[in-house]
Design a protein around this ligand. Structure first.
Ligand code: FPP
Length: 266
């Protein structure tokens, strides 16, 4: 598990730091880390009398558009919620199709993503994925590890509660071995031991298809994230929707619990 977590350190993006800066008055907030709950694939397909997997396949096409747009829009980290720890409860056919889409995605896209400077990372319990999917992901991560134009976190077999449990297990092991004093287990230590350790918290979390919940996604990291929801189904989501989300985000006043303009906010 430690290996799984430590992968996220040393991202190569020198500018990355926790996103807790309060913008000065008049300053537009920049979303450096955008995380997306890609919802609505099933409804998109059902409304077209297509099998649900057709919606997931169309969703992969949307991923291509969004990844292309991210660096152009100043986004440094993109996190996509592709398969949750709860998604195993779906019908076997759908789970198999999603797992196969992942293999196809790795085989067809990684060379192009590599050329585009995208670094692929995995968030979640890698060991809980089937061997083929694990090895494809590991190969993708290995091949793209020195890229720094965009970090693409694929959350697969991911659950935020499981992530927090894994972080605590790692911390407890280190305390038991005497590597860490119990009183050193503070917010920073927990943050560093999450799958996202070393990355800034998401500035903006987008959810498509109209639902207004986090569904066990980045619960710790989302403490001060801005949330943006759209009724648009994920397969129909395009650059213009992302731009709209970023524009809305830029108009929000992020206070991180402080009063802007006072000494404590600096
Ligand atoms: C939610 O829509 C979507 C998912 C659970 C899977 C998302 C996966 C992809 C976009 C493609 C696979 C990703 C990779 C990287 C290969 P839903 O099925 O819950 O939609 P519904 O709520 O309308 O039924």
């Amino acid at each position: 598990m430690l290996d799984n977590i430590r992968r996220y350190l040393g991202t190569g993006l020198s500018a990355l730091k926790p996103a807790t800066d309060v913008p000065r008055p008049g300053e537009r907030a920049v979303a450096r880390h955008v995380a997306i709950i890609m919802d609505g694939n099933g409804r998109w397909a059902t409304e077209r009398n297509l099998p649900r997997v057709a919606g997931h396949r169309a969703g992969v096409e949307t991923i291509r558009h969004v990844i292309k747009a991210c660096p152009e829009l100043g986004i440094e980290v993109l996190t996509l919620y592709a398969f949750s720890t709860e998604n195993w409860k779906r019908p076997k056919d759908e789970v198999d199709a999603l797992m196969w889409l992942l293999v196809e995605y790795c085989r067809q896209e990684v060379a192009e993503l590599d050329r585009a400077g995208v670094r692929i990372q995995h968030l979640g319990r890698l060991e809980g994925l089937p061997a083929l999917q694990r090895s494809e992901l590991e190969r993708a991560m290995q091949q793209t590890r020195s890229n720094n134009r965009l970090i693409l976190n694929l959350a697969l077999n991911y659950g935020a509660r499981a992530e927090i449990v894994d972080a605590f297990q790692s911390l407890l092991t280190r305390v038991q071995k005497g590597e860490l004093a119990p009183e050193a287990v503070d917010e920073q230590a927990i943050t560093r031991h999450l799958y996202t350790g070393g990355l800034p918290d998401p500035d903006l979390i987008i959810r498509t298809a109209g639902e207004l919940r986090l569904s066990n996604f980045l619960l710790w990291q989302a403490a001060y994230s801005e949330f943006w929801a759209t009724p648009v189904y994920w397969p129909d989501f395009r650059r213009e929707h992302l731009e709209q989300a970023l524009e809305d985000f830029g108009r929000r006043e992020r206070k991180f619990g402080a009063v802007p303009g006072t000494a404590a906010a600096k």
